[in-house]
Design a protein around this ligand. Structure first.
Ligand SMILES: *[C@@H]1O[C@H](CO)[C@@H](O)[C@H](O)[C@H]1NC(C)=O
Ligand SMILES: *[C@@H]1O[C@H](CO)[C@@H](O)[C@H](O)[C@H]1NC(C)=O
Length: 475
Protein backbone atom coordinates (compact mmCIF):
# COMPACT_ATOMS: atom_id res chain seq x y z
CA UNK A 1 0.00 0.00 0.00
CA UNK A 2 1.36 3.41 -0.78
CA UNK A 3 1.39 6.25 1.68
CA UNK A 4 -1.60 7.92 0.20
CA UNK A 5 -3.74 4.81 0.44
CA UNK A 6 -2.90 4.15 4.07
CA UNK A 7 -3.54 7.76 4.78
CA UNK A 8 -6.88 7.60 3.07
CA UNK A 9 -7.94 4.57 5.02
CA UNK A 10 -6.93 5.99 8.35
CA UNK A 11 -7.81 9.61 8.05
CA UNK A 12 -9.90 10.07 5.01
CA UNK A 13 -10.92 13.59 5.80
CA UNK A 14 -7.51 14.97 6.55
CA UNK A 15 -5.93 13.35 3.56
CA UNK A 16 -8.61 14.50 1.18
CA UNK A 17 -7.72 17.99 2.29
CA UNK A 18 -4.03 17.38 2.32
CA UNK A 19 -3.16 19.42 -0.72
CA UNK A 20 -5.20 22.37 0.39
CA UNK A 21 -4.50 22.80 4.04
CA UNK A 22 -2.37 20.28 5.74
CA UNK A 23 0.64 18.17 5.25
CA UNK A 24 0.31 15.03 7.25
CA UNK A 25 1.86 11.63 6.83
CA UNK A 26 0.76 8.39 8.42
CA UNK A 27 3.06 7.42 11.26
CA UNK A 28 2.67 5.04 14.18
CA UNK A 29 1.82 7.89 16.53
CA UNK A 30 -1.18 8.75 14.42
CA UNK A 31 -2.87 5.43 15.02
CA UNK A 32 -4.02 6.89 18.28
CA UNK A 33 -7.27 8.07 16.77
CA UNK A 34 -8.23 4.62 15.60
CA UNK A 35 -10.45 2.37 17.63
CA UNK A 36 -11.31 2.81 21.27
CA UNK A 37 -14.88 1.56 20.92
CA UNK A 38 -15.92 -0.50 23.89
CA UNK A 39 -17.49 -3.86 23.00
CA UNK A 40 -20.36 -3.01 25.35
CA UNK A 41 -22.91 -0.98 23.34
CA UNK A 42 -24.08 0.83 26.46
CA UNK A 43 -20.57 2.16 27.10
CA UNK A 44 -20.34 3.13 23.45
CA UNK A 45 -23.52 5.13 23.74
CA UNK A 46 -22.04 7.07 26.63
CA UNK A 47 -18.92 7.67 24.59
CA UNK A 48 -21.02 9.08 21.77
CA UNK A 49 -22.86 11.25 24.27
CA UNK A 50 -19.60 12.79 25.48
CA UNK A 51 -18.55 13.30 21.89
CA UNK A 52 -21.74 15.26 21.29
CA UNK A 53 -20.98 17.40 24.35
CA UNK A 54 -17.66 18.29 22.74
CA UNK A 55 -19.36 19.10 19.46
CA UNK A 56 -21.84 21.42 21.19
CA UNK A 57 -19.11 23.12 23.25
CA UNK A 58 -16.94 23.62 20.17
CA UNK A 59 -19.69 24.70 17.77
CA UNK A 60 -20.98 27.30 20.22
CA UNK A 61 -17.46 28.68 20.60
CA UNK A 62 -17.06 28.80 16.82
CA UNK A 63 -20.39 30.57 16.45
CA UNK A 64 -19.96 33.29 19.07
CA UNK A 65 -16.33 33.55 20.11
CA UNK A 66 -14.15 32.39 17.23
CA UNK A 67 -10.52 33.47 17.78
CA UNK A 68 -11.14 34.78 21.28
CA UNK A 69 -9.93 32.92 24.33
CA UNK A 70 -13.16 31.69 25.86
CA UNK A 71 -16.85 31.57 25.09
CA UNK A 72 -19.41 33.22 27.33
CA UNK A 73 -22.18 30.77 26.49
CA UNK A 74 -25.06 32.71 28.01
CA UNK A 75 -24.05 36.15 26.71
CA UNK A 76 -23.06 34.51 23.41
CA UNK A 77 -19.87 36.53 23.16
CA UNK A 78 -16.17 35.90 23.59
CA UNK A 79 -14.00 36.66 26.57
CA UNK A 80 -10.31 37.48 26.75
CA UNK A 81 -8.37 38.79 29.74
CA UNK A 82 -7.75 36.97 32.99
CA UNK A 83 -4.88 34.52 32.82
CA UNK A 84 -4.26 35.51 29.20
CA UNK A 85 -3.68 39.14 30.14
CA UNK A 86 -6.16 40.73 27.70
CA UNK A 87 -4.54 39.13 24.67
CA UNK A 88 -6.71 37.43 22.11
CA UNK A 89 -4.89 34.20 21.30
CA UNK A 90 -7.62 31.67 20.54
CA UNK A 91 -6.89 29.72 23.72
CA UNK A 92 -9.95 27.49 23.31
CA UNK A 93 -8.81 26.51 19.82
CA UNK A 94 -5.31 25.57 20.91
CA UNK A 95 -6.48 23.72 24.00
CA UNK A 96 -9.07 21.79 21.93
CA UNK A 97 -6.98 20.63 18.96
CA UNK A 98 -6.00 17.25 20.37
CA UNK A 99 -9.45 16.53 21.81
CA UNK A 100 -10.99 17.18 18.40
CA UNK A 101 -8.38 15.02 16.73
CA UNK A 102 -8.68 12.14 19.19
CA UNK A 103 -12.47 12.17 18.96
CA UNK A 104 -12.27 12.13 15.18
CA UNK A 105 -13.70 15.59 14.53
CA UNK A 106 -11.38 16.16 11.59
CA UNK A 107 -13.31 18.97 9.92
CA UNK A 108 -13.38 20.92 13.19
CA UNK A 109 -9.76 20.05 13.86
CA UNK A 110 -8.67 21.45 10.50
CA UNK A 111 -10.60 24.66 11.05
CA UNK A 112 -8.67 25.09 14.30
CA UNK A 113 -5.39 24.15 12.71
CA UNK A 114 -5.87 26.74 9.99
CA UNK A 115 -6.75 29.43 12.50
CA UNK A 116 -3.41 28.79 14.20
CA UNK A 117 -1.58 28.90 10.87
CA UNK A 118 -3.15 32.20 9.89
CA UNK A 119 -3.53 34.04 13.19
CA UNK A 120 -1.44 32.83 16.06
CA UNK A 121 1.60 35.02 16.72
CA UNK A 122 2.69 34.94 20.34
CA UNK A 123 5.36 37.62 20.02
CA UNK A 124 2.72 40.26 19.35
CA UNK A 125 1.21 39.64 22.79
CA UNK A 126 2.26 42.81 24.62
CA UNK A 127 0.81 42.08 28.04
CA UNK A 128 1.93 39.97 30.95
CA UNK A 129 0.73 36.35 30.78
CA UNK A 130 1.06 33.44 33.20
CA UNK A 131 4.08 31.28 32.38
CA UNK A 132 2.35 28.24 33.91
CA UNK A 133 -0.92 28.63 32.01
CA UNK A 134 0.87 29.41 28.75
CA UNK A 135 3.00 26.34 29.23
CA UNK A 136 0.29 23.81 30.06
CA UNK A 137 -2.39 25.07 27.67
CA UNK A 138 -0.64 26.74 24.74
CA UNK A 139 2.75 25.05 24.58
CA UNK A 140 1.25 21.77 25.79
CA UNK A 141 -1.53 22.04 23.20
CA UNK A 142 0.96 22.58 20.36
CA UNK A 143 3.30 19.80 21.52
CA UNK A 144 0.55 17.21 21.61
CA UNK A 145 -0.87 18.38 18.30
CA UNK A 146 2.61 17.89 16.89
CA UNK A 147 3.03 14.44 18.43
CA UNK A 148 -0.31 13.33 17.00
CA UNK A 149 -0.01 14.81 13.52
CA UNK A 150 3.68 15.56 12.85
CA UNK A 151 2.52 18.80 11.32
CA UNK A 152 5.54 21.15 11.43
CA UNK A 153 3.28 24.11 12.03
CA UNK A 154 3.03 23.02 15.66
CA UNK A 155 6.74 22.42 16.01
CA UNK A 156 7.43 25.97 14.85
CA UNK A 157 4.73 27.46 17.05
CA UNK A 158 5.86 25.47 20.09
CA UNK A 159 9.43 26.61 19.53
CA UNK A 160 8.32 30.24 19.16
CA UNK A 161 6.30 30.11 22.37
CA UNK A 162 9.17 28.37 24.17
CA UNK A 163 11.63 31.07 23.07
CA UNK A 164 9.30 33.80 24.30
CA UNK A 165 8.98 32.12 27.71
CA UNK A 166 12.76 31.88 28.20
CA UNK A 167 13.31 35.44 29.54
CA UNK A 168 11.17 34.41 32.54
CA UNK A 169 14.19 32.39 33.69
CA UNK A 170 16.49 35.42 33.89
CA UNK A 171 16.45 35.52 37.69
CA UNK A 172 19.27 35.19 40.24
CA UNK A 173 18.05 31.76 41.32
CA UNK A 174 17.08 30.22 37.98
CA UNK A 175 13.53 29.76 39.29
CA UNK A 176 11.32 31.53 36.73
CA UNK A 177 9.13 34.55 37.25
CA UNK A 178 5.52 33.48 37.12
CA UNK A 179 4.52 36.06 34.52
CA UNK A 180 6.15 37.23 31.32
CA UNK A 181 5.37 39.81 28.67
CA UNK A 182 6.12 37.96 25.40
CA UNK A 183 6.55 41.15 23.34
CA UNK A 184 8.96 42.87 25.70
CA UNK A 185 10.52 39.89 27.47
CA UNK A 186 9.94 41.49 30.85
CA UNK A 187 9.22 39.02 33.64
CA UNK A 188 7.33 39.77 36.82
CA UNK A 189 6.20 38.04 39.99
CA UNK A 190 9.11 37.42 42.36
CA UNK A 191 6.99 35.39 44.71
CA UNK A 192 5.95 32.26 42.86
CA UNK A 193 4.38 28.93 43.74
CA UNK A 194 5.66 25.38 43.58
CA UNK A 195 2.97 24.67 40.97
CA UNK A 196 4.09 27.63 38.84
CA UNK A 197 7.74 26.65 38.77
CA UNK A 198 7.33 22.88 39.01
CA UNK A 199 4.87 22.35 36.14
CA UNK A 200 7.16 23.04 33.19
CA UNK A 201 9.27 19.94 33.04
CA UNK A 202 7.28 17.63 30.74
CA UNK A 203 6.72 20.27 28.08
CA UNK A 204 10.26 21.70 28.15
CA UNK A 205 11.80 18.24 28.02
CA UNK A 206 9.80 17.32 24.92
CA UNK A 207 10.36 20.72 23.31
CA UNK A 208 14.13 20.22 23.60
CA UNK A 209 13.75 16.78 22.08
CA UNK A 210 11.86 17.86 18.97
CA UNK A 211 13.82 21.08 18.41
CA UNK A 212 17.17 19.42 19.19
CA UNK A 213 17.84 22.47 21.36
CA UNK A 214 18.88 21.68 24.95
CA UNK A 215 18.13 25.17 26.25
CA UNK A 216 14.65 24.25 27.43
CA UNK A 217 15.55 21.10 29.30
CA UNK A 218 18.56 22.88 30.84
CA UNK A 219 16.22 25.46 32.35
CA UNK A 220 13.93 22.91 33.97
CA UNK A 221 16.81 20.70 35.11
CA UNK A 222 18.15 23.72 36.94
CA UNK A 223 14.80 24.12 38.71
CA UNK A 224 14.87 20.46 39.67
CA UNK A 225 18.44 20.64 40.97
CA UNK A 226 17.65 23.80 42.98
CA UNK A 227 14.74 22.03 44.64
CA UNK A 228 16.85 18.96 45.31
CA UNK A 229 19.48 21.15 47.03
CA UNK A 230 17.06 23.22 49.11
CA UNK A 231 16.58 22.33 52.73
CA UNK A 232 13.03 21.03 53.14
CA UNK A 233 11.44 21.38 56.57
CA UNK A 234 10.51 17.83 57.68
CA UNK A 235 10.99 16.75 54.07
CA UNK A 236 8.05 18.92 52.97
CA UNK A 237 7.97 21.54 50.22
CA UNK A 238 6.33 24.80 51.32
CA UNK A 239 4.08 26.20 48.58
CA UNK A 240 5.80 29.54 47.94
CA UNK A 241 9.27 30.37 46.64
CA UNK A 242 11.05 33.66 46.07
CA UNK A 243 12.79 33.71 42.69
CA UNK A 244 15.32 36.34 43.81
CA UNK A 245 16.60 34.48 46.87
CA UNK A 246 15.80 30.99 45.60
CA UNK A 247 14.30 30.08 48.99
CA UNK A 248 10.95 29.01 50.33
CA UNK A 249 9.08 32.07 51.47
CA UNK A 250 6.24 30.70 53.60
CA UNK A 251 5.42 27.64 55.67
CA UNK A 252 2.14 26.63 54.06
CA UNK A 253 2.17 23.08 52.65
CA UNK A 254 -0.59 21.45 50.60
CA UNK A 255 -1.27 19.10 47.74
CA UNK A 256 -3.94 21.44 46.38
CA UNK A 257 -3.77 24.65 44.33
CA UNK A 258 -0.34 26.28 44.40
CA UNK A 259 1.47 22.95 44.72
CA UNK A 260 -0.58 20.13 43.10
CA UNK A 261 0.97 19.61 39.68
CA UNK A 262 4.53 20.03 41.02
CA UNK A 263 4.14 16.58 42.62
CA UNK A 264 2.33 15.24 39.55
CA UNK A 265 5.24 16.36 37.34
CA UNK A 266 7.90 14.70 39.50
CA UNK A 267 6.21 11.35 38.98
CA UNK A 268 5.33 11.92 35.34
CA UNK A 269 8.76 13.25 34.51
CA UNK A 270 10.20 9.94 35.66
CA UNK A 271 7.61 8.17 33.51
CA UNK A 272 8.46 10.40 30.54
CA UNK A 273 12.27 10.00 30.60
CA UNK A 274 13.03 7.50 33.39
CA UNK A 275 14.75 10.31 35.34
CA UNK A 276 15.67 8.63 38.66
CA UNK A 277 16.13 11.88 40.56
CA UNK A 278 12.53 12.84 39.82
CA UNK A 279 11.20 9.50 41.08
CA UNK A 280 13.23 9.76 44.24
CA UNK A 281 11.97 13.29 44.91
CA UNK A 282 8.42 12.12 44.30
CA UNK A 283 8.74 9.14 46.66
CA UNK A 284 10.35 11.23 49.38
CA UNK A 285 7.68 13.92 49.08
CA UNK A 286 4.84 11.39 49.39
CA UNK A 287 6.57 9.76 52.38
CA UNK A 288 6.84 13.21 53.97
CA UNK A 289 3.09 13.84 53.58
CA UNK A 290 2.41 10.54 55.35
CA UNK A 291 5.10 10.99 58.02
CA UNK A 292 3.81 14.48 58.88
CA UNK A 293 0.27 13.16 59.39
CA UNK A 294 -1.13 15.05 56.40
CA UNK A 295 -2.82 11.96 54.98
CA UNK A 296 -5.83 11.84 57.29
CA UNK A 297 -9.13 10.09 57.84
CA UNK A 298 -12.25 12.04 58.83
CA UNK A 299 -13.81 11.24 62.18
CA UNK A 300 -17.41 10.67 61.18
CA UNK A 301 -17.38 9.23 57.71
CA UNK A 302 -13.89 7.73 57.68
CA UNK A 303 -13.05 9.51 54.48
CA UNK A 304 -9.39 9.79 53.59
CA UNK A 305 -8.18 13.30 52.73
CA UNK A 306 -4.95 15.23 52.53
CA UNK A 307 -4.72 18.04 55.06
CA UNK A 308 -2.84 21.30 54.68
CA UNK A 309 -0.16 22.60 56.97
CA UNK A 310 -0.20 26.25 58.07
CA UNK A 311 2.76 26.72 60.34
CA UNK A 312 2.29 24.00 62.95
CA UNK A 313 -1.49 23.75 62.47
CA UNK A 314 -3.16 21.17 60.22
CA UNK A 315 -6.13 22.48 58.26
CA UNK A 316 -8.84 19.84 57.58
CA UNK A 317 -9.73 20.92 54.12
CA UNK A 318 -9.91 19.31 50.71
CA UNK A 319 -10.26 20.84 47.25
CA UNK A 320 -11.37 19.88 43.80
CA UNK A 321 -7.96 20.79 42.40
CA UNK A 322 -6.43 18.30 44.83
CA UNK A 323 -8.58 15.45 43.54
CA UNK A 324 -6.03 14.70 40.82
CA UNK A 325 -3.97 13.16 43.65
CA UNK A 326 -6.07 9.99 43.75
CA UNK A 327 -4.92 9.22 40.23
CA UNK A 328 -1.37 10.29 41.03
CA UNK A 329 -1.05 7.94 44.00
CA UNK A 330 -2.45 5.09 41.91
CA UNK A 331 -0.07 5.85 39.04
CA UNK A 332 2.84 6.01 41.46
CA UNK A 333 1.78 2.66 42.90
CA UNK A 334 1.40 0.72 39.64
CA UNK A 335 4.69 2.08 38.26
CA UNK A 336 6.71 1.72 41.48
CA UNK A 337 10.06 0.21 40.43
CA UNK A 338 10.81 -0.98 43.96
CA UNK A 339 9.86 -4.44 45.15
CA UNK A 340 6.52 -4.56 47.00
CA UNK A 341 8.44 -5.09 50.26
CA UNK A 342 10.74 -2.06 49.78
CA UNK A 343 8.34 0.34 48.12
CA UNK A 344 4.93 1.67 49.06
CA UNK A 345 2.82 0.07 46.40
CA UNK A 346 0.00 -1.07 48.66
CA UNK A 347 -0.01 2.06 50.79
CA UNK A 348 -0.19 4.34 47.76
CA UNK A 349 -2.90 2.33 46.01
CA UNK A 350 -5.01 2.47 49.16
CA UNK A 351 -4.48 6.23 49.50
CA UNK A 352 -5.31 6.69 45.82
CA UNK A 353 -8.50 4.64 45.98
CA UNK A 354 -9.77 6.04 49.24
CA UNK A 355 -9.01 9.63 48.33
CA UNK A 356 -10.80 9.25 44.99
CA UNK A 357 -13.74 7.87 46.91
CA UNK A 358 -13.66 11.01 49.08
CA UNK A 359 -13.69 13.23 45.99
CA UNK A 360 -16.61 11.26 44.61
CA UNK A 361 -18.43 11.82 47.91
CA UNK A 362 -17.86 15.54 47.43
CA UNK A 363 -19.72 15.20 44.13
CA UNK A 364 -22.69 13.15 45.20
CA UNK A 365 -23.26 15.10 48.39
CA UNK A 366 -23.96 18.25 46.41
CA UNK A 367 -27.44 18.88 45.04
CA UNK A 368 -26.11 19.21 41.51
CA UNK A 369 -23.89 16.09 41.80
CA UNK A 370 -20.95 18.23 40.75
CA UNK A 371 -18.08 18.55 43.20
CA UNK A 372 -17.37 21.89 44.92
CA UNK A 373 -14.06 23.76 44.69
CA UNK A 374 -13.42 23.31 48.43
CA UNK A 375 -14.79 20.90 51.01
CA UNK A 376 -14.14 20.72 54.74
CA UNK A 377 -14.14 17.89 57.21
CA UNK A 378 -16.13 18.87 60.26
CA UNK A 379 -17.90 16.89 62.91
CA UNK A 380 -21.17 17.17 61.04
CA UNK A 381 -19.99 15.71 57.75
CA UNK A 382 -21.68 12.39 56.96
CA UNK A 383 -21.04 9.97 54.16
CA UNK A 384 -23.60 8.75 51.70
CA UNK A 385 -22.14 5.43 50.67
CA UNK A 386 -22.72 4.13 47.18
CA UNK A 387 -21.39 1.12 45.42
CA UNK A 388 -21.19 1.85 41.72
CA UNK A 389 -18.10 1.42 39.62
CA UNK A 390 -15.97 4.27 38.27
CA UNK A 391 -17.58 4.38 34.83
CA UNK A 392 -20.91 5.01 36.60
CA UNK A 393 -19.31 7.78 38.64
CA UNK A 394 -18.06 9.43 35.47
CA UNK A 395 -21.39 9.01 33.74
CA UNK A 396 -23.22 10.55 36.70
CA UNK A 397 -20.86 13.54 36.53
CA UNK A 398 -21.33 13.86 32.75
CA UNK A 399 -25.10 13.87 33.08
CA UNK A 400 -24.99 16.40 35.90
CA UNK A 401 -22.82 18.68 33.78
CA UNK A 402 -25.26 18.27 30.90
CA UNK A 403 -28.18 19.08 33.16
CA UNK A 404 -26.81 22.07 35.07
CA UNK A 405 -23.95 23.54 33.05
CA UNK A 406 -25.37 23.57 29.55
CA UNK A 407 -26.48 27.01 28.38
CA UNK A 408 -29.32 25.50 26.32
CA UNK A 409 -30.07 22.74 23.79
CA UNK A 410 -27.13 22.40 21.38
CA UNK A 411 -25.29 25.18 23.20
CA UNK A 412 -22.05 25.47 25.16
CA UNK A 413 -21.33 24.91 28.86
CA UNK A 414 -20.84 27.23 31.79
CA UNK A 415 -19.30 27.04 35.25
CA UNK A 416 -21.61 27.02 38.29
CA UNK A 417 -21.54 29.49 41.17
CA UNK A 418 -22.90 27.10 43.78
CA UNK A 419 -23.04 23.34 43.27
CA UNK A 420 -25.07 22.95 46.50
CA UNK A 421 -28.06 24.60 44.88
CA UNK A 422 -30.60 22.47 43.04
CA UNK A 423 -30.96 25.39 40.62
CA UNK A 424 -27.33 26.52 40.38
CA UNK A 425 -26.54 29.88 38.79
CA UNK A 426 -24.22 29.67 35.79
CA UNK A 427 -21.11 31.86 35.71
CA UNK A 428 -21.23 32.35 31.93
CA UNK A 429 -17.70 31.14 31.15
CA UNK A 430 -16.84 28.04 29.14
CA UNK A 431 -13.31 27.37 30.37
CA UNK A 432 -10.80 26.08 27.85
CA UNK A 433 -10.00 23.16 30.16
CA UNK A 434 -13.57 21.96 29.84
CA UNK A 435 -12.76 21.00 26.23
CA UNK A 436 -9.12 20.09 26.87
CA UNK A 437 -9.55 18.08 30.05
CA UNK A 438 -13.07 17.38 31.27
CA UNK A 439 -14.46 16.13 27.98
CA UNK A 440 -11.28 14.35 26.90
CA UNK A 441 -11.00 12.44 30.16
CA UNK A 442 -14.71 11.58 30.08
CA UNK A 443 -14.32 10.35 26.51
CA UNK A 444 -11.33 8.21 27.50
CA UNK A 445 -13.23 6.71 30.44
CA UNK A 446 -15.74 5.36 27.91
CA UNK A 447 -13.07 4.26 25.42
CA UNK A 448 -10.88 1.17 25.63
CA UNK A 449 -7.45 1.72 27.18
CA UNK A 450 -5.55 1.17 23.93
CA UNK A 451 -6.88 4.45 22.48
CA UNK A 452 -4.18 6.35 24.36
CA UNK A 453 -1.78 3.68 25.56
CA UNK A 454 -0.38 4.80 28.91
CA UNK A 455 2.88 2.97 28.21
CA UNK A 456 3.42 5.32 25.29
CA UNK A 457 1.84 8.57 26.48
CA UNK A 458 1.95 10.64 29.63
CA UNK A 459 -0.61 13.40 30.19
CA UNK A 460 0.45 16.91 31.03
CA UNK A 461 -1.60 18.62 33.70
CA UNK A 462 -3.98 20.06 31.09
CA UNK A 463 -4.68 16.54 29.72
CA UNK A 464 -2.45 16.93 26.68
CA UNK A 465 -0.73 13.55 26.15
CA UNK A 466 3.03 13.72 25.49
CA UNK A 467 5.16 10.83 24.15
CA UNK A 468 7.14 8.61 26.53
CA UNK A 469 10.83 8.38 25.66
CA UNK A 470 11.87 5.06 24.16
CA UNK A 471 8.30 3.76 24.04
CA UNK A 472 6.75 6.15 21.56
CA UNK A 473 8.24 6.80 18.11
CA UNK A 474 7.54 10.51 18.60
CA UNK A 475 10.10 10.71 21.45
C1 LIG B 1 4.29 47.35 24.46
O1 LIG B 1 3.32 48.26 24.95
C2 LIG B 1 3.87 49.44 25.50
C3 LIG B 1 2.73 50.30 26.02
O2 LIG B 1 1.92 49.59 26.89
C4 LIG B 1 4.64 50.19 24.45
O3 LIG B 1 5.26 51.33 25.03
C5 LIG B 1 5.73 49.29 23.85
O4 LIG B 1 6.36 49.95 22.77
C6 LIG B 1 5.10 47.98 23.36
N1 LIG B 1 6.20 47.11 22.96
C7 LIG B 1 6.16 46.32 21.89
C8 LIG B 1 7.38 45.50 21.62
O5 LIG B 1 5.17 46.21 21.20
C1 LIG C 1 -9.60 2.70 52.82
O1 LIG C 1 -10.92 2.29 52.64
C2 LIG C 1 -11.18 0.96 53.09
C3 LIG C 1 -12.60 0.62 52.70
O2 LIG C 1 -13.47 1.58 53.16
C4 LIG C 1 -10.92 0.88 54.59
O3 LIG C 1 -11.12 -0.44 55.04
C5 LIG C 1 -9.49 1.30 54.87
O4 LIG C 1 -9.24 1.33 56.27
C6 LIG C 1 -9.21 2.67 54.29
N1 LIG C 1 -7.80 3.00 54.45
C7 LIG C 1 -7.38 4.17 54.89
C8 LIG C 1 -5.90 4.35 54.98
O5 LIG C 1 -8.12 5.06 55.21
Amino acid sequence: MDTKTICFLLFSFICLNEARVISISPQPGLLVTQGGEDPDPEVNQKREFVKQMMKDAWDDYVRYAWGENELKPISQTGQDGGIYGDSKIGATIIDSLDTLFIMGFYEEYIKGRNWVAENFDFKTVNTSVSVFETNIRILGGFLTAYALTRDDLYLDQANAVGQLLLPAFDTPSGFPYNRINPATGVGSGSSTSMADLGTLHLEFEYLSEITANPIYVDKVNKIRQNLWDLEKPNGLYPNTVNVQTGRFSDSHVSMGGGADSFYEYLLKSWIQTQDQQARQMYDEAMDAFVANDLVRVSKQSHLLYIGELSGARIDDVGSHLECFAGGMFALGSVTDPKSPADGNRDRDMEIGQNFTNTCHESYIRSDSHIGPEVFRFTDTAEAVAVNDNEKDWAWDAAQSIEKYSKAGPGRGYSGLRNVYSSAPVQDDVQQTFFLAETLKYLYLVFSTDDLIDLDKWVFNTECHPLPVKGKNPMF
